[in-house]
Design a protein around this ligand. Structure first.
Ligand code: DLZ
Length: 177
């Protein structure tokens, strides 16, 4: 049965002319790694060249807005765009996984990070894809990264959707600019 959830029927966009940044947090790294792989695969499937994908990491999700705003700083760079363009990014994907704990930390970080990422994209005019999972437990996070947890639930890898969203927004932004 067709599902109502998700971005709808896939339409393909040509990402071969795009430069895309990915900034990811390192907390909950097993889930992060799977989401990152999903995002990278869908960027590659859309034709984004490896040398035009710049990946940076920060400790936790709270650091994402600041890092997205300054993604070109070499000190943060994990995989420098050695042969790629130095043009501005066409889209940036921010990836983090917040797992609810016993205190209010989750609520404060989720809210601040969400507001910060929105602010950066509207201030900069560069689309920032919201790759922040806000889950109630590890199992929910694993399922949304396409990994089987103890309950055996394997869901769709949301990182793949984020890669596709970055390509679509990157292509559309060129037309809207
Ligand atoms: C402190 C903290 C906690 C409790 N949980 C998470 C989490 O589930 N996911 C995440 O990405 N980061 C977490 N952090 C770290 C904060 O995001 C941040 O890195 C620190 O508070 C330092 O600013």
């Amino acid at each position: 049965m067709a599902t109502l959830k998700g971005p709808g029927a896939p339409k393909s966009y040509d990402g071969s002319g795009l430069r895309v940044g990915i900034v990811h947090a390192r907390w909950n790294n097993k889930i992060i790694d799977a989401l990152l792989s999903g995002a990278k695969k869908s960027l590659a499937d859309a034709g984004v060249k490896k040398e035009n994908i710049v990946i940076q990491s920060v400790p936790g999700s709270y650091e994402l807005p600041f890092a997205v705003q300054r993604i070109d700083l070499p000190s943060l760079t994990k995989e420098p765009a050695t042969k790629g363009s130095t043009a501005p990014f066409d889209a940036i994907i921010a990836i983090g996984v917040l797992i609810k704990g016993e205190t209010m930390h989750f609520e404060y970080i989720a809210d601040a990070t969400t507001q910060g990422l929105m602010r950066v994209q509207l201030d900069s005019g560069v689309p920032v894809i919201f790759g922040l999972l806000t889950v109630l437990d590890e199992e929910q996070g694993l399922a949304r990264a396409g990994i089987a947890g103890v309950g055996g639930n394997v869901g769709h890898n949301h990182g793949s959707d984020w890669g596709s969203a970055a390509v679509e927004l990157g292509v559309k932004r060129k037309g809207w600019a």
